[in-house]
Design a protein around this ligand. Structure first.
Ligand SMILES: N[C@@H](CCC[C@H](N)C(=O)O)C(=O)O
Length: 322
């Protein structure tokens, strides 16, 4: 039997499993998504990186980690003194790996809300307030303050090879499948479509032609965004879930960065992005580095025997967050 804990970050929900307990994470991850109806299963391995100070292997694409490597191999964090999250503290805290298995069986390099949930899960087991997660997009340093978790999301990229997409130059307000789209990578590929009102667009109908467009060899997550009360309303159709989710952290960062690029938001400071599940605060730094801050919530714990296709909630599970 394998224990799982369910958390959500602004409604984007995940089963979190200790990777050491999972002999076949791909099968278990899909089984938990099916059984629990969650947006993904996060496998977290604290032991794998305990004591390590180096960054991840460099595998994965931008967003880059917003850090420089000094000649002796130690990592040095840039601090430009902008309004976004201060990174003067170079304490990487407890290190852990995070692997996301999605409902369709795919793995994604990065997940912003998943990282917030995984960091809280690690913090609750170690007492750490700083957790650095090794992801397929590079290391992501997280600060845990009770239910509020902030993730340093790196430097998003509009470069065709990074998104990736097959066009010659950047896709910025470019016509694609009948929409004006801006494409960027915030750890995973996203397109952002700015509209007047996110609720007046049929996301389930408009997203698939963009999500599967030939121009994106790895597909793309599709975001609708609309200016709203000084920030942006968000709706996202996620690759891997193949449907709309309550929130998407990498998508929220993509909206804020695209808005800044298009002059719809300040280049530095904090931008509020509001998916259906709540509010997310995106920090934009002068050097291009970004942060994602927002609430997390514990839902329940249980045990599963994926081979039998069974799962049940542990009667001794802790109380869910209000
Ligand atoms: N919900 C996530 C994004 C998860 C990955 C995405 N579905 C993909 O396949 O690229 C987030 O909060 O960032």
């Amino acid at each position: 039997m394998t224990t799982y804990d369910v958390y959500h970050g602004t409604g984007n929900d995940f089963a979190v499993v200790d990777a050491a307990d999972a002999s076949d994470p791909d099968a278990l991850g899909v089984a938990l998504c099916d059984a629990l109806g969650v947006d993904g299963t996060l496998f977290v391995d604290i032991a794998a990186t305990e004591g390590r100070r180096e960054t991840a292997s460099g595998e994965g694409r931008p967003a880059s980690d917003g850090q420089d490597t000094t000649p002796d191999g130690e990592r040095e964090r840039r601090d430009t003194g902008s309004d976004a999250e201060s990174t003067a503290d170079t304490d990487d805290g407890v290190r852990a790996t995070m692997t996301l298995v999605q409902p369709d069986g795919s793995r994604a390099a990065m997940c912003g809300n998943g990282a917030r949930c995984a960091a809280r899960w690690v913090a609750e087991r170690t007492g750490a307030s700083v957790v650095t997660l090794e992801t397929g997009a590079g290391p992501r340093r997280c600060t845990v303050d009770g239910e509020t978790v902030t993730v340093e999301m790196g430097v998003p990229s509009f470069a065709p090879d990074d998104v990736p997409h097959a066009r010659e130059g950047e896709l910025v307000e470019s016509d694609l499948a009948g929409w004006s789209v801006t494409a960027l990578n915030t750890g995973v590929p996203h397109v952002v479509v700015f509209v007047d009102d996110v609720d007046s667009v049929d996301l389930a109908a408009m997203a698939p032609p963009l999500r599967h467009h030939d121009v994106f060899p790895e597909g793309a997550n599709v975001n609708l965004a609309a200016e709203d009360d000084g920030g942006f309303a968000q709706r996202t159709f996620e690759r891997g879930v193949e449907g709309e989710t309550e929130a998407c952290g990498t998508g929220a960062v993509a909206i804020a960065v695209a808005a800044a690029r298009l002059g719809m938001a300040p280049e530095t400071g904090t931008v509020t992005v509001s998916p259906p599940g709540g509010d997310l605060e995106i920090g934009l730094r002068a050097d291009g580095a970004t942060t994602l801050r927002g609430p997390t919530a514990y839902v329940e714990s249980g045990e599963t025997d994926a081979t039998l296709g069974e799962h049940g909630v542990d009667a001794d599970a802790g109380a869910a967050d209000e």
